[in-house]
Structure formats: structure tokens, C-alpha cells
Design a protein around this ligand. Structure first.
Ligand SMILES: *Cc1c(COP(=O)(O)O)cnc(C)c1O
Length: 371
């Protein structure tokens, strides 16, 4: 993390102070109200729970500091992605999305957007760097891509997309605003699943859209009111609480991931490993330019499906679960979801366990270990 990210994090922890009156709670309330005292419509901050409410506002305020942008919160990452795409597209529009990104985004393109007359073109993340953007309305990127961890130059893509008259939407889930700032690099909108590292405890679905174009963000906010795609107050509170420790958790997770990536890469049972923070990784050069560290995700291959499954079952400090970014180290074979990776490919999400304890458990469970 750099100076700016650290300053923003400190601000997140104390930003409520200036607005607190005598005796007010330091943490935000979980407001369950759907209706608000409203003798006159004029000037009320809140009037109906689908339009806006205090607990969402508390999370949006935190995320707005981290993104240095306006933020609209959603009940999941996919809700945020849908809202951003719908706000930028119309019948006849063309959008380019990564063929190797989060698979539900591709399904959204195929099953939902296509039905409404949007042309969705899928291109591998690495090929987007040289793809022709002529005639596209939106270039949608995900970097590092999930699960392959390929990285694309956000600034270069944004320059080319804007020259072609297209908007850039960046899925920043794998990095969070503390580790990568797509809006500063030229992206028009950031979308993210706060279900992952920001919530961080595998107990809340949440998402957000961030952007600096007031008109576009107003459309997205109004779209939330009209579609009714609204977060719950309890989830908003959990995410608010999660964000307060995000920097601390990320620091441990990423530091441990860097150590474990290096050791896994040197292990005789590991066929191929991807970690953008490792010098020698195909993503390293661009990662150095735009990511503040290598992140907490590692992709690596064991020889076969059987070897990978045996490793995952044998290691007591790896939760066998999908999703990532939580406090518990978790991993899975991505081929089971149909991702185009080899059967022995494992995506490892490094948690907050002490590094050497975690490494000992991983080393013992690997083929040739003493498990
Ligand atoms: C998990 C994920 C999403 C979807 O988030 P949900 O909260 O599960 O809807 C979107 N993009 C990426 C990169 C993800 O990892």
C-alpha cells in the first residue's frame, strides 16, 4: 500500500467524527426503517427505504473515500455489475467483455444482455490489449482476471477505448480500491464484489459501483431505486465493519501470499504458478505499474485433478470453498466450474493465518509432503 491508500484508510476510520453531535453513537446504526418521518417532502434526507437509508450511506461514505469517487452500493457484486452495464448500454450497443473473467459476468452477457439486443463480444484479457475497439460502446475489463490472473494495462486500454468513443468499466474485485485505482488510470466506472475482501468474513453479499461522472452515477443511483436492487441494512453494517479492518487484513494476506507464491513456485510438485507480484510472472511488468502489490490470490497447477483434490482435502488450513478474500485461506479447482484451466489448476486465496503456520500445513499436504 502506498501513502495515499494509507491516508485514505485512516480517514475511513475517522470520517464520521466531524458529523457527530453530542451523544451520537460512534459506529453507524443498523437502520431497519422502511419509512421515515415525513410531514413535508422537502429537505428530508430519507423518505422510503428503497430510495436511500442511513446504513447504506455509511458504507457508501467509506467506499467513496477509498475510491475518491461517488459510490452506489448494491446487494451483490453481480447487482453492481448489472447496474453499471445497464446504465451504459441500450439496444444495439456493443460491449467487449473478457472471455477469461468471472464466469457469471459472461453468463449475464449471454443470457440477459443479448436478449435485450446488446451485442456482447468475448475476448481473452491478454488479447484485449491489441483488440480493435471501433464500434464498441463499453470495454469491460477485469484485472487481474479471475481465475487466470492475467493483467491488462488499465491506462493504455482507457486511452484507446476513449479514442474509440467507448466507456471503460473495470471489475476491481481482486484488488480492492486499496491496492489498485482504476479510476485514476482512466476507467470510467469501477465495479466490485465487496462480498470478497472488503466484507472479508464470508458472511455478507455486497457490491458497489464507483465513478466520477455525476450524470452517470445519478443514472445508476436512480436505476437502483427503479429496479429495486437494494442492499439489506444488516449486510451494509457487516461490510462497514469489514472495511474498517480491510487494510490490516490485506497487508497480512498479501505479504503471506508473496512468500507462499515464491515457495510454491520452487516446489517440485507445482507445474505452473501465477502470481502477478512474482518477478518472472507474465503479469509482473504491468502489475508493477498499476497494482500496489501482488494481491492475495495465487493460481497454480498440480499434475492432475486427483492430485489437486488430494492436496485440498489433506490441508487442514485450507477451506475447500469457492469465493476468495476472506480471513480463512480457501482454495478450489476452478475447472469444476468450467473455467478454461487445466484440471489440476487451483486458485488459492490466502487468508490471515500466520504465514509460517500456513506454509507448514501447505507443504505437508503437497505431493511428497508428510501428510
Ligand atoms: C465474486 C465476483 C463477482 C460477483 O460478486 P457477487 O457478490 O458474488 O455477486 C464479480 N466479479 C468478480 C471478479 C468476482 O470475483
Amino acid at each position: 500500500m502506498d501513502e495515499l491508500a494509507r491516508a485514505r484508510m485512516a480517514h475511513v476510520l475517522h470520517h464520521r467524527k466531524a458529523g457527530l453531535s453530542l451523544g451520537e453513537p460512534v459506529v453507524p446504526v443498523i437502520s431497519v426503517a422502511t419509512t421515515f418521518h415525513l410531514p413535508e417532502a422537502q429537505g428530508a434526507a430519507y423518505y422510503y427505504g428503497r430510495s436511500g437509508q442511513p446504513t447504506w450511506d455509511a458504507v457508501e461514505a467509506q467506499l467513496a473515500i477509498l475510491e475518491a469517487a461517488e459510490v452506489v452500493a448494491f446487494p451483490s457484486g453481480m447487482a453492481a455489475i448489472s447496474a453499471a452495464l445497464i446504465a451504459c448500454l441500450r439496444a444495439g450497443a456493443r460491449v467487449m467483455i473478457p472471455s477469461d473473467g468471472y464466469y457469471v459476468t459472461r453468463l449475464l452477457g449471454r443470457d440477459l444482455l443479448a436478449v435485450y439486443g446488446v451485442e456482447v463480444v468475448e475476448v481473452p484479457t491478454l488479447e484485449m490489449a491489441a483488440a480493435d475497439f471501433t464500434g464498441f460502446d463499453v470495454i469491460y475489463i477485469e484485472t487481474p482476471s479471475n481465475p487466470g490472473l492475467d493483467v491488462i494495462d488499465i491506462a493504455a486500454i482507457s486511452v484507446r477505448a476513449h479514442a474509440a468513443g467507448a466507456l471503460v468499466i473495470a471489475d476491481n474485485t481482486t484488488m480492492t480500491p486499496l491496492l489498485q485505482r482504476p479510476l485514476d488510470l482512466g476507467a470510467d466506472l469501477v465495479v466490485a464484489a465487496d462480498t470478497k475482501a472488503p466484507a472479508g468474513h464470508s458472511d455478507a453479499l455486497f457490491g458497489h459501483v464507483a465513478g466520477r461522472d455525476a450524470n452517470l452515477m445519478a443514472r445508476i443511483r436512480e436505476g437502483r431505486r427503479q429496479s429495486g436492487s437494494v442492499p439489506g441494512p444488516f449486510e451494509a453494517y457487516l461490510v462497514h465493519r469489514g472495511i474498517e479492518t480491510l487494510e490490516l487484513r490485506l497487508a497480512r494476506m498479501c505479504e503471506t501470499a508473496a512468500v507462499i507464491a515464491e515457495r510454491l513456485a520452487a516446489h517440485q510438485a507445482v507445474k505452473r504458478l501465477r502470481y502477478p507480484g512474482l518477478s518472472g510472472d507474465a503479469s509482473y511488468a504491468i502489475a508493477q505499474k498499476q497494482m500496489l502489490n501482488g494481491g492475495f490470490l495465487i493460481g497454480f497447477e498440480l499434475a492432475s485433478e486427483a492430485e489437486a483434490e488430494a492436496f485440498l482435502s489433506a490441508c487442514p488450513l485450507i477451506e475447500q470453498a469457492t469465493s476468495f478474500g476472506g480471513v480463512h485461506t480457501a482454495a478450489e479447482r476452478r475447472a469444476r466450474w468450467g473455467d478454461s484451466v487445466s484440471p489440476g489448476f487451483i486458485r488459492l486465496s490466502v487468508g490471515i493465518e500466520p504465514c509460517e503456520v500456513l506454509w507448514s500445513a501447505i507443504a505437508a499436504a503437497l505431493p511428497g509432503g508428510n501428510c
